[in-house]
Design a binder for this molecule. Structure first.
Ligand code: PLP
Length: 360
């Protein structure tokens, strides 16, 4: 007998990118690379590693729930008021808290499809419907999304760049949408990958937050800062939103090691520069190789590439895995895989395996 809340039964546990150790165990191979979860192939800044070691000494104590030092440093770094920041154990948790704080039973959210899975999960947990609007040319179809907005719409999600396609939405389009949304609706602008964007037409959501719009800009230390394992993300939003989020936050949600590592990362601007440069090199390498193979892909503004294999993506996924390369498929697109950019060696390894699998 299921005695849990009925809406929970609609959820299935999140399936993450396959861990390296699991593939090694299952396939009995030693040399495995993972290009599946959009992590930074170089990991964190050396300054963050030092801070992690130092912070380990103090894990006998609870962390500062307010993320005091990290908050001060980040507020200065971003040029926003400290109260406009809200921290979570990863961006994931910020999304869940947004749902807890703002979604009444029966409210609705509007999002793209395919996109990051956690918005829908958060709305389902709150017994709310998610309108999942198909992408057009692999980017948000904002008019079709607007057509789903009604008096119950509470959160309108724009994932910018979008995961898994790496596409962005222009600032004109975003402003046009914001002007049409009801006052009670929050725009969740997910910028988990914004540091990688090189399109000059890109506008960061923080500009709209500063202008007092009903926007929450979602950011993370998991990607460019290479701290995915520590779980630290944040939202930037007007204080009427962050104050509500603080009401539902678990007391010590961001652990002390994560806070120390995130703080130290901010003190190493080279981390962002190095990661962006490597990503640019990787993207260009992928494009060159895929072009020469005649394989279609979507140019990306993030650290992953959305590739149309033209074959059953489950089969491609499994064949790549047998060759020690883990990528990601699914997303309801039967021929597509998403491949995270890696180190030069990892990229070459993926391309060699991909060529073999594709018979090219
Ligand atoms: C679009 C998007 N938003 C948010 C997240 C959450 O990242 P994290 O919880 O590691 O901060 C991810 C992670 O992959 C993502 O792809």
């Amino acid at each position: 007998m299921d005695i849990c809340r009925k809406c929970i039964l609609k959820l299935t546990p999140y399936v993450p990118g396959k861990p390296i150790e699991e593939v090694k165990r299952e396939l009995g191979i030693d040399d495995v690379i993972k290009l599946a979860s959009n992590e930074n192939p170089f990991g964190p800044s050396p300054k963050a590693i030092d801070a992690i070691r130092a912070a380990a000494e103090n894990v006998g104590f609870y962390p500062e729930g307010s993320c005091f030092e990290l908050r001060n440093a980040l507020a200065e770094h971003l040029g926003v008021d400290k109260d406009m920041l809200f921290f979570g154990a990863g961006g994931d948790e910020v999304i869940y808290y947004l749902g807890m704080a703002f979604l009444e039973d029966g409210d609705e959210i509007v999002q793209a499809d395919p996109t990051f899975a956690e918005y829908k999960a958060a709305s389902t947990i709150m017994n709310c419907a998610a309108h999942c609007v198909p992408l057009k040319d692999w980017t948000h179809d904002l008019d079709a999304m607007l057509a789903k907005v009604n008096e119950r719409t509470k959160i309108f999600v724009i994932t910018n760049p979008n995961n898994p396609t790496g596409t962005i939405v222009s600032s004109d389009e975003i402003e046009r949408v914001m002007d049409k949304l009801p006052k009670r609706c929050i725009v969740l602008l997910d910028e988990a990958y914004y540091e990688y964007v090189d399109d000059p037409g890109y506008t960061r959501a923080i500009e709209w937050v500063k202008a007092g719009r009903n926007v929450l800009a979602l950011r993370t230390f998991s990607k460019v800062y290479g701290l995915a394992g520590l779980r630290c993300g944040y939202g930037i939003a007007p204080t009427h939103i962050t104050n509500s989020l603080e009401r539902v936050r678990a007391p010590f949600n961001v652990n002390s090691v994560a806070q120390a590592a995130a703080l130290a990362s901010l003190g190493d601007p080279g981390q962002v520069k190095r990661s962006r440069e490597q990503n640019k090199r990787s993207k260009e390498y992928f494009y060159r190789q895929l072009d020469s193979m005649g394989v279609a892909y979507t140019p990306t503004q993030a650290n992953f590439v959305w590739i149309d294999t033209g074959k059953d993506s489950n089969w491609v996924f499994n064949e790549l895995m047998k060759r020690g390369v883990i990528v990601r498929n699914g997303f309801g697109c039967s021929t597509y895989i998403r491949v995270t950019t890696g180190t030069d060696d990892q990229n070459e390894r993926f391309i060699a395996a991909f060529k073999e699998v594709m018979g090219l």
